[in-house]
Design a protein around this ligand. Structure first.
Ligand code: FES
Length: 173
């Protein structure tokens, strides 16, 4: 019950004609309504770049190789994807579609020693990879690579450029 309704009810309740009816309704209604009005629900927000902390002894080692050739080792948990891992470590991976396999800005080049260990890309990923700038034999989309223990030691190169479709790409020339 809002404060306005409550004050209105109280002022009516002070008049003799309404007093007995309103007072009984007010008492039965007010406590449950006030409790409901004050209930609060919260949930954990889903953030880009959110990753899990690996449990001791279960760390998976990943080395990112930046455009400048710098090697950045990180330890990650099973189940996180490379896009989230890269963003959580402030690496330059855009992820324009938020990991929904609808762009190619999370394009990565996988160490050939590990490429065959990865799950096969599905048709959606292959379609997006066709749009990636500088496609290679071991190119994948970072958001589609979910880390597993078997990938421990994997090396991932970030390409020099990525390409995202713009509205202007569809202009007729
Ligand atoms: S973030 Fe768009 S396909 Fe990976």
């Amino acid at each position: 019950m809002s404060a306005r309704i409550l004050s209105c009810s109280i002022s009516l309740a002070s008049r003799p004609v309404f007093s007995s009816v309103i007072k009984s309704k007010l008492v039965s209604f007010s406590s449950s309504a006030l409790i409901k009005a004050r209930s609060f629900v919260s949930s954990t927000p889903a953030l880009h770049g959110h990753v899990h902390k690996p449990k001791p002894g279960e760390e998976i080692n990943v080395t990112f190789i930046t455009k400048d050739g710098e090697q950045i080792p990180v330890q990650v948990a099973e189940g996180d994807n490379l896009l989230d891992i890269a963003q959580a470590n402030n690496l330059d991976m855009e992820g324009a579609c938020g990991g929904s396999c609808a762009c190619s800005t999370c394009h990565v080049i996988v160490d050939p020693d590990f490429y065959e260990k990865l799950e096969e890309p599905d048709d959606d990923e292959n379609d997006m990879l066709d749009l990636a700038f500088g496609l290679t034999e071991t190119s994948r989309l970072g958001c589609q690579i979910i880390m597993k223990k078997e990938y421990d030691g994997i090396r991932i190169a970030l390409p020099a450029m990525t390409r995202n479709l713009q509205v202007s790409d569809f202009d007729r020339r």
